[in-house]
Design a protein around this ligand. Structure first.
Ligand SMILES: Nc1ncnc2c1ncn2[C@@H]1O[C@H](COP(=O)(O)OP(=O)(O)OP(=O)(O)O)[C@@H](O)[C@H]1O
Ligand SMILES: [Mg+2]
Length: 359
């Protein structure tokens, strides 16, 4: 899963990114060799996996990760190439979701590109840039699709009509997510890489010790069906340099309930309606994976490896708790709680999966 961090210049994106990077780097058992400088790979910790790993005698624990992409500040006109606009906008086209960092802190030592702190104006500038970038992209695509539609291609005809509706919506400033693609061209939105179709998590970058989202940001997020979380980017960057105990003590002193990073990771995660499943065996790595809610054992196999999906024969499935209670696979088999499922089995959150496949 990939998440792009966007926001105004100086909004606090890189501070947040640095905190996330260190959180990732701390999980030392990760075999990452080269990571691009602007990509933070952050493990999604899950205690259920720890319990499963212990139960089956796994060799180690490997959490699934989220990639956060730090993107330089967007300024008005970015879609026309102001600043380094186009390049950064292209970067976020590839992501699954967007974290929008909004300056809400009032530290006078930090320069605001527009002179004064005004979260709603800032949000609007960024949202306008994203909408304009989508509009240009949609218009370019439209010219191509029109030609295909003239040739009588049914998908292209449906896409052309959709693009016209989309373009009209974008021209009125409405995000692409409000114009869902037609059944005949279900991938049109994804193919277009619409920035404003991606789910958004607002991060209110608040003053140190502040633990709430300013009401105007909360209201804006709510009106979009989005979520907003309060984080002090600078504080998180500082805390990430301390060890866990010191960081917890400092949080307690400041009256901050939860790690801001957990809020961001958890919040980004919740955007995509994913469920977790696990694979684990004796002397093998225990791993967590994620899958869109409602997908099947066959899709889950594909997350693990395309070869495993191709050769799918059947799956052995058990809820993580049942496996822990039974003391392992042998116990689970004895109790009859290890189920055999076919490829159409709909995965449940917390399932432990073993795919039987022909290589
Ligand atoms: N909550 C905060 N309170 C006070 N200062 C902050 C806070 N968050 C970030 N800062 C400070 O604001 C400045 C800009 O932060 P940062 O570099 O993270 O912004 P940015 O969004 O990455 O900027 P750019 O768009 O230029 O890359 C830094 O000096 C940072 O320490
Ligand atoms: Mg930066």
């Amino acid at each position: 899963m990939r998440v792009g961090i966007v926001g105004m210049p100086n909004a606090g994106k890189s501070s947040l990114f640095n905190a996330l990077t260190r959180a990732g780097a701390e999980a030392a058992n990760y075999p990452f060799t080269t990571i691009e400088p602007n990509v933070a790979v952050v493990p999604v910790r899950d205690e259920r996996l720890d319990r499963v790993a212990e139960t089956v005698g796994a060799s180690n624990v490997v959490y699934d990760t989220i990639d956060f992409h730090d993107i330089a500040g967007l300024v008005a006109g970015a879609h026309k190439g102001e600043g380094l606009g186009n390049k950064f906008l292209a970067n976020i086209r590839e992501t699954d979701a967007i974290v929008h960092v909004v300056r809400a802190h009032r530290d006078p030592n930090v320069i605001h590109p527009d002179g004064e702190v005004d979260p709603l104006r800032d949000i609007e500038i960024i949202e306008t840039e994203l909408v304009m970038a989508d509009l240009e992209q949609a218009e370019r695509r439209y010219d191509r699709v029109v030609r295909a539609a003239r040739g009588g291609d049914r998908g292209a005809i449906a896409e052309e009509a959709w693009l016209r509706e989309l373009i009209a919506g974008l021209q009125e400033g409405r995000p692409a997510r409000t114009v869902p693609p037609p059944d005949e061209a279900p991938n049109a939105q994804r193919d277009l890489g619409s920035l404003t179709a991606k789910p958004v998590l607002f991060v209110a970058n608040v003053d140190e010790g502040d633990d709430s989202v300013p009401p105007e940001i909360a209201a804006h997020a709510e009106a979009q069906g989005a979520v907003a979380v309060p984080v002090s980017s600078r504080l998180e960057a500082e805390l990430s340099e301390l060890d866990d105990e010191d960081a917890a003590a400092m949080r307690a002193d400041l009256g901050i309930s939860e790690s801001g990073l957990d809020r961001v990771v958890g919040g980004a995660f919740a955007l995509l309606h994913l469920i977790a499943f696990f694979t684990a065996g004796e002397d093998k790595p225990a791993q967590s994976w994620h899958l869109r809610d409602g997908l099947t054992a066959w899709h889950a196999a594909g997350e693990i490896h395309t070869d495993i999906q191709k050769g799918f024969v059947r799956a052995e499935v058990i809820g993580w708790e049942a496996l822990v209670e039974a003391g392992g696979y042998a116990g689970a088999r004895d109790r009859g709680v290890l189920r055999l499922e076919g490829r159409d089995y709909v995965m449940a959150d917390g399932d432990v999966l073993t795919v039987k496949f022909t290589p």
